[in-house]
Design a protein around this ligand. Structure first.
Ligand code: DGL
Length: 281
């Protein structure tokens, strides 16, 4: 059990609106177990997927600032919605004005898109995401930069995050919503051969997604991809790598009730953890 595993300055911050970023944290800790991590879930204000640009930006900035103040030189937005709606503004407008502009914030969308060339044969890409991520067209824009010949079909799944956050991911009722969204995506483009799970909550529905996905379609998960991309980033930025501590610890913070978070996170991570309550905003 990871209890009160307080990490000092030099941890990598991982942020999500709620539990979804734990799927990113797991990927990071599997591939880069040597570093310390602080996970922050803004569960009290989740879901972000239906919120406006301004709100997601403000909430994400508060979380990033909190993790910076806690001593993280580097923060990963383990959330597509925050990556889509807040990352660019934070990188371009807020970071340069902060007292230490050498700290960094990275997201999950670009690393995911970079890998598509190795995976897709038809160049027809499907993206499942929150209404916010899909409406932002962030995937469409990133793909257009790297693979202009590809076709992207985004599809919002507004019920999937609530199913996960309410521990209904394994229930029979969840099958209905998973099957329905997959059918709608493939009705829009039957040539899709690669589907990005563009929301970090969705891997919790993976068993059901696999069950209803047409045969031969590749499902792109972001945990491993984000970890590989971070490893590469740290290789290219030794000045950042040197700022990270190597204690292998992880601290869990939530804006909701700590016991509730700990119970639920333990299901996600299949290991017992103990979280601490914090306040944002
Ligand atoms: N996990 C977040 C993502 O990757 C979204 C969850 C939410 O709607 O808050 O988009």
């Amino acid at each position: 059990m990871e209890t009160e595993n307080k990490v000092g300055k030099g941890a990598i911050g991982v942020f999500d609106s709620g539990y979804g970023g734990l799927t990113i944290l797991e990927g990071l800790r599997r591939q880069l177990p040597q570093y310390d991590y602080i996970y922050l879930g803004d569960n009290a204000r989740a879901p972000y997927g239906v919120r406006s640009f301004e709100i997601v930006y403000r909430f994400t900035l508060e979380a990033v600032q909190y993790l910076f103040d806690a001593g993280c030189p580097l923060v990963i937005l383990g959330c597509n919605t925050a990556s889509a709606k807040a990352l660019r503004s934070i990188q371009q407008n807020d970071l340069p004005k902060m007292e230490d502009p050498s700290r960094r914030v990275l997201g999950v969308i670009r690393p995911t898109v970079e890998r598509l060339g190795e995976i897709s044969r038809t160049g027809h890409i499907g993206v499942f995401g929150t209404p916010g991520t899909i409406a932002s067209q962030s995937y469409d824009m990133e793909v257009a930069k790297l693979y202009p010949e590809y076709t992207v079909t985004g599809h919002a799944c507004p019920m999937w995050v609530p199913l996960v956050e309410n521990r209904e991911a394994a229930s029979a009722g969840a099958d209905y919503f998973v099957k329905q969204e997959i059918e709608r995506l493939f009705a829009a483009d039957p040539q899709i051969d690669t589907v990005i799970l563009g929301c970090t909550h969705y891997p919790l529905l993976l068993n059901k997604i696999r069950r209803y996905m047409p045969k031969g379609v590749e499902i792109v998960l972001q945990g491993e991809i984000t970890a590989t991309s971070l490893a590469d980033y740290l290789n290219r930025h030794p000045e950042m790598e040197r700022r990270l501590t190597r204690g292998g610890g992880c601290e869990y913070l939530t804006t909701e009730n700590a016991e509730r978070f700990s119970g639920m996170a333990s299901v996600f991570l299949s290991t017992e953890i103990s979280a601490r309550h914090i306040q944002l905003g």
